[in-house]
Design a protein. Structure first.
Length: 565
């Protein structure tokens, strides 16, 4: 629900983000449009608040109500001043560079299809915000992982027996004691602003993450034209997985003893698709029409319920957009490259913003640390192979800024994490043990890890089938992953052109994330039969879905001519 505390936190975080974005892009030749600045400012503000709150709580203890309210109000006022100053500076630059004529060009007329897409986009975005703010938290992860840790941070801070003595009188932090504290820190800030803990007031921030990600995606695709920008943003806003997670039974069951998928239902070709359509009308209708498919579960919200997957996805999207802007700024000298000509360009400040966003993503879920490191590595490699020594040096400098901010953002949590027990989730060690390197694993209460390369190989068909069933399920993804695969296959016919495309870095991150997720499921100590009942790997793929939509639409549409508005 939108409480006064929620609104104050939103105003303060948005103001903080505006200050940071306007300062970082003060000298950028093309700072971006108002939609991008607003969406990016909201992401930077929410991420920066999580980073700063984590560091301050680690050093000073739980946030004080008066200090928190004063800081949020000051940030909101500073953000308003930054927006006004930035608007004046942009108008002055436009006049000094004689851009008034270009700004006065008539935009292409709105067609009926454009209006329908825009209306649908506004409707889905508004529903996402309303849905996130109106529903109470009720699912396992949002309540027992993120909100519970948020209550600890609001009242005790870090370092108490609740964090370290998991078998003591206070009790353990459920199943993931070493989940990062990004969302719990936001819970603590909202609690301090409202003088009482209210996890439902924090859930409303999930709608802000959704609106910000949709705005950033729209702005990132706008150079391709209005219609591709509307299509891409609508593809994200209309993802069924944003609102539903519990779906009808799959036409196959998982045999955990045999580690295979077995067909247990008499399903004719295409019948499951018709059953899915019947479910869209109602569970009772589907049950009457297809009684042999077993019980149909009513859809239930997951990703906007207060878990960390979608905030991670939104922050990762913003970070990769900033990295692309930074690379475009470094490539402005390479005017002979038609793929980069007209790309909105940034400066070193975009590298700083990318580092902040990647650090905040790492504090949302453990996967964010690996995705952030992957993004920085891919970007650095792309800088090394870029043509021109000056371009290479400038791009590497921006990569360095991103790395520094990323390390500074996650450093407090990495120090705290050393004293917090883990539950058999040291995946790097698990990979080494699978390869025969390192000591034999110590079996824990949840340990179902394969332990050897041969045992992991028997899991591969199960893992592959899980990804295939997830990505091809239109009740969770529409056709996002199908279109992404089709566009990728089409572009791979010209690998050299794909390598030099502005979207090469985010595309590599998406492909690398798929491989990383598959490796994690191969070595995970958790029972795959249990994981597949908790929207895995759907929630993993959601973390990269906005970037995948950006890549699919951006690779399918050519950029409009720089002379066009």
């Amino acid at each position: 629900m939108f409480t006064l505390a929620t609104l104050l936190v939103l105003a303060g975080t948005f103001g903080l983000g505006l200050v940071l974005v306007e300062a970082a892009r003060a000298r950028a030749p093309t700072p971006g449009g108002a939609i991008e600045r607003a969406g990016l400012a909201l992401l930077v503000g929410l991420g920066s608040t999580a980073v700063l709150a984590t560091a301050l709580i680690a050093g000073l203890g739980p946030p004080a109500p008066f200090a928190t309210r004063a800081a949020l109000l000051a940030a909101a006022l500073a953000g308003a001043g930054a927006w006004i100053r930035g608007a004046r500076a942009r108008r002055a630059r436009a006049k000094s560079r004689s851009d008034a004529a270009a700004e006065g060009c008539e935009c292409p007329p709105w067609t009926t299809l454009d209006r329908v897409l825009a209306l649908a986009l506004v409707g889905f975005t508004g529903f996402a915000v309303f849905y996130a703010a109106s529903m109470p938290m009720h699912l396992f992860d949002p309540v027992y992982h993120f909100a519970y840790k948020g209550k600890l941070l609001a009242h005790e801070g870090f370092g108490g027996p609740s964090w370290t003595d998991l078998e003591g009188p206070i009790g353990r932090i459920i199943t993931h004691p070493d989940y990062p504290p990004g969302l719990p820190a936001l819970h603590a800030v909202v609690a301090a602003a409202g003088r009482q803990f209210d996890e439902d007031a924090t859930r409303a921030l999930m709608g802000a993450f959704a609106a910000a990600a949709i705005a950033v995606l729209f702005a990132a695709l706008r150079p391709r034209g209005r219609r591709p920008a509307l299509i891409g943003a609508l593809a994200l806003a209309g993802l069924p997985l944003l609102y539903y997670s519990q779906l009808p039974r799959n036409p196959v069951d998982f045999d955990k003893d045999e580690l295979t998928f077995v067909s247990s239902l008499d399903v004719q070709p295409g019948e499951f698709g018709r059953a899915a359509l019947a479910l869209a009308i109602g569970a009772e209708t589907a049950q009457r029409r297809f009684p042999h498919l077993g019980p149909f579960q009513l859809p239930d919200g997951w990703t906007l319920d207060g878990a960390g997957d979608f905030p991670l996805a939104a922050l990762l999207l913003g970070a990769l957009v900033c990295l692309t802007r930074a690379a475009a700024g470094a490539r402005r000298a390479a005017g002979h490259d038609p793929e980069w000509r007209g790309e909105p360009a940034g400066g070193a400040g975009d590298g700083v913003l990318a580092g902040v966003l990647l650090g905040a993503a790492a504090l949302m879920k453990n996967e964010g640390l690996a995705l952030g490191a992957m993004a920085l590595i891919v970007f650095a490699v792309r800088c090394v192979i870029a043509p021109g020594s000056w371009v290479r040096a400038r791009a590497l400098q921006q990569s360095g800024w991103a790395l520094v901010l990323f390390v500074l953002a996650v450093a407090p949590w990495m120090v705290l994490r050393r004293d917090i027990p883990s539950i058999d989730e040291n995946y790097p060690a698990a990979v080494l043990r699978m390869l025969g390197i390192g000591d034999a694993p110590t079996a824990g209460p949840f340990d179902h890890s394969p332990g050897s390369l041969g045992a992991a190989a028997t899991r591969f068909p199960v893992v592959l089938m899980g990804f295939v069933q997830s990505s091809l399920n239109p009740l969770r993804w529409n056709l996002v992953w199908v279109l992404f695969g089709a566009v990728l296959a089409w572009r791979l016919a010209r690998p050299r052109a794909l390598l030099h495309h502005p979207l090469a870095v985010p595309l590599a991150v998406v492909v690398g994330a798929w491989a990383l997720y598959a490796l994690v499921l191969l070595v995970t100590p958790w029972d795959l039969a249990v994981l597949y009942t908790t929207a895995i790997p759907d929630r993993l793929l959601l973390q990269i879905a906005p970037v995948a939509i950006w890549c699919a639409v951006g690779l399918a549409w050519r950029r409009i001519s720089p002379e066009q508005p």
